[in-house]
Design a protein around this ligand. Structure first.
Ligand code: SF4
Length: 308
């Protein structure tokens, strides 16, 4: 047995939640019609080079429905399909703290009215939080299991510039420290394959370990239709990691992370029709199985190289 009474060699968030709540907890992705300062002209109009204009990596139900209706529909669908009983409201699309605090309060609270909601997760940019917003989220966290997920991607500013992130690692650090001072669980999103050396990617893992981050979500860089990255790929300006390289890199990355850090994602979301490259990313289960096998082959696990 390894983490959460399972044979997983990493601290898988879904298993962690199952232990904590005594039942599998499903995320309901919500779209409250947020925008993003990196798309609306405040910072830039182009956005991150991998962002496809739907807030990137989002699978929200529909921002035409009210938040309450989105939660109700999501809960009904997941209950029918998986007999799900408990849920977290997940604000995923775009930058979900990018409105005045009084509006945020209404939006977040609307997502918590369903009786089977046990938690809240808010995806955002580190440059879009302040004391007022964090205080609101911290107050909610007294009654609901609450997370903020920050798009970090890399600790290297040269990489952040290359992907047109519109912020620096220092912005993340300041937001992270402030968020922790309010006692809120914090997850960092990281992208592997951003044309960094292996050492540079491991430096991101080591820095997150040093920060004792609560959670990490790891993505493989991929090009979706209608993105700047897709154009760069078609023009042969960039290439992507092979599946084998990704698996080796993810396992190395996990070895540096503290055992207590929960792993919210390690592979893509399945094959999307907008996916251009790399195509292997569409086989999510295959990829997760290969990561398990590689950790077993190494006789290794998350935290294997972690030094407190
Ligand atoms: S911060 Fe998110 S929503 Fe904004 S441009 Fe980047 S990926 Fe898209």
């Amino acid at each position: 047995m390894f983490f959460n009474n399972t044979d997983k060699r990493y601290n898988q968030f879904s298993a962690y939640l199952k232990n904590k709540f005594g039942a599998k907890v499903y995320k309901i992705t919500l779209d409250a019609g947020f925008s993003c300062p990196n798309r609306d002209g405040t910072i830039s109009t182009g956005g991150c080079i991998f962002c496809d204009g739907s807030g990137s990596f989002s699978q929200a139900h529909s921002n035409l429905l009210s938040i309450e209706e989105q939660v109700k529909t999501g809960a009904e669908t997941l209950s029918k399909r998986f007999k799900a009983e408990k849920f977290m409201a997940y604000f995923q699309a775009y930058t979900n703290t990018y409105k005045p605090v009084n509006e945020l309060e209404k939006i977040y609270k609307a997502s918590l009215t369903h009786p089977d909601i046990v938690g809240l997760s808010i995806g955002t940019r580190p440059d879009c939080v302040d004391d007022e917003k964090l205080k609101l989220i911290s107050d909610i966290s007294k009654d609901y299991y609450t997370w903020i997920e920050y798009g970090l991607q890399s600790i290297h500013d040269k990489t952040l510039k290359k992907i047109n992130r519109g912020e620096t690692f220092d912005t993340f650090l300041r937001a992270y420290e402030k968020t922790k001072s309010y006692g809120i669980n914090t997850c960092a999103h990281v992208i592997l394959g951003l044309w960094e050396t292996h050492d540079e990617m491991m430096q991101t893992a080591q820095k997150l370990a040093e920060l004792e981050i609560d959670g990490v979500k790891i993505h493989m860089l991929c090009a979706l239709e209608n993105t700047k990255l897709a154009k760069m790929y078609k023009n042969k300006e960039v290439d992507f990691m092979s599946e084998d390289e990704y698996i080796q890199t993810v396992c190395d990355f996990l070895e540096y992370l503290p055992p207590k850090t929960t792993i919210h994602r390690l592979a893509g979301n399945g094959l999307k029709k907008e996916l251009i490259a790399p195509r292997w990313i569409g086989k999510k289960l295959d990829c997760l199985n290969k990561i398990d096998k590689e950790l077993l082959r190494r006789n290794s696990h998350q935290g294997y190289k972690y030094k407190p």
